[in-house]
Design a protein. Structure first.
Lengths: 178, 178
């Protein structure tokens, strides 16, 4: 694998801009992947991430049962694969094969990393109090991986109905914000 | 005001890309504004939004007490004002005056709209089950306003430590995703 371990203290900078993610699960011998935009950071370190996985999604049952997943961050080059993930269900097909994504074993969870994504975050579910009402899971990132060769990743940000904003220029301002 | 009422069914498209927001509150006769990036959509309609407001922030007490706020979306042109909001506390100053933002009365909540932002979402807190543990609030958007003249807003997406990605080109793909 081309990715290297990434300090957990740097995870928030990967998710805070709001990129589309590919969430992977593994359950009953079957891996699956879905596109997801409804996520937020909830704590810096250890990094906590809140996310909504619809009860209609095949991944919901896997996440609920295994309490493990990987959040993978695709760059804009993967846009067609991201949309293909969103347009199919793991109920009926092997999405990795269909879409052309390569699953790799993770270190701390059963769900796979996606080789083509520039960063992957191995997560465990730590709080399900809002799961029944909102399909909302609180995840703790256990292990983060990043491709050191990908210096300025152009991420995808979903505007709805297949319209994506691609990450543009980065500006640096004299901020005291973390 | 230049903004028009926006259908609640369109709110998710404003927040899903993950822009930096300016959250306003009003409590004990004092309005305040803070920059916020830790938010996620939780339901399409009525639109539900989850967000983290740190207990260190002056806005936390106001949000907890009044259960009302406005989420305002700034464009990249407001970047210096956004950073100025993040670099000061409403504890000691009137941030609207300091930063140069104009509060306007909202329709359904006591917190103000920000005239300079291209969209404003009037919200009420509907769930505080994760407030004590994570400073996490679930908001329901009651009323949405948008500036119809702002066709392709260039939003700000925080990468951490004052580095912002500016929304770039929008691409349209043949997606079945909502």
């Amino acid at each position: 694998m081309d990715k290297r371990s990434c300090p957990l203290s740097e995870v928030y900078g990967l998710l805070e801009p709001g990129p589309v993610l590919l969430l992977t699960t593994a359950h009953k011998g079957k891996s699956n992947v879905m596109a997801m935009s409804w996520h937020t950071m909830m704590e810096f370190e250890p990094p906590l991430v809140g996310c909504v996985v619809s009860g209609h999604d095949f991944s919901f049952a896997a996440l609920k049962a295994t309490r493990q997943c990987v959040l993978n961050i695709p760059t804009a080059e993967l846009k067609d694969k991201v949309v293909a993930c969103g347009n199919s269900s793991g109920r009926s097909v092997d999405k990795f094969a269909l879409v052309g994504l390569t699953p790799l074993p993770a270190r701390t969870v059963g769900a796979p990393l996606i080789a083509e994504c520039y960063a992957s975050l191995e997560c465990r579910v730590i709080d399900t109090r809002l799961m029944n009402r909102y399909n909302f899971f609180v995840l703790e990132v256990q292990q983060a991986w990043i491709d050191p060769a990908c210096k300025n990743p152009r991420t995808l940000h979903h505007r709805g109905r297949g319209a994506f904003m691609v990450a543009g220029e980065t500006i640096k301002l004299p901020s005291k914000m973390k």
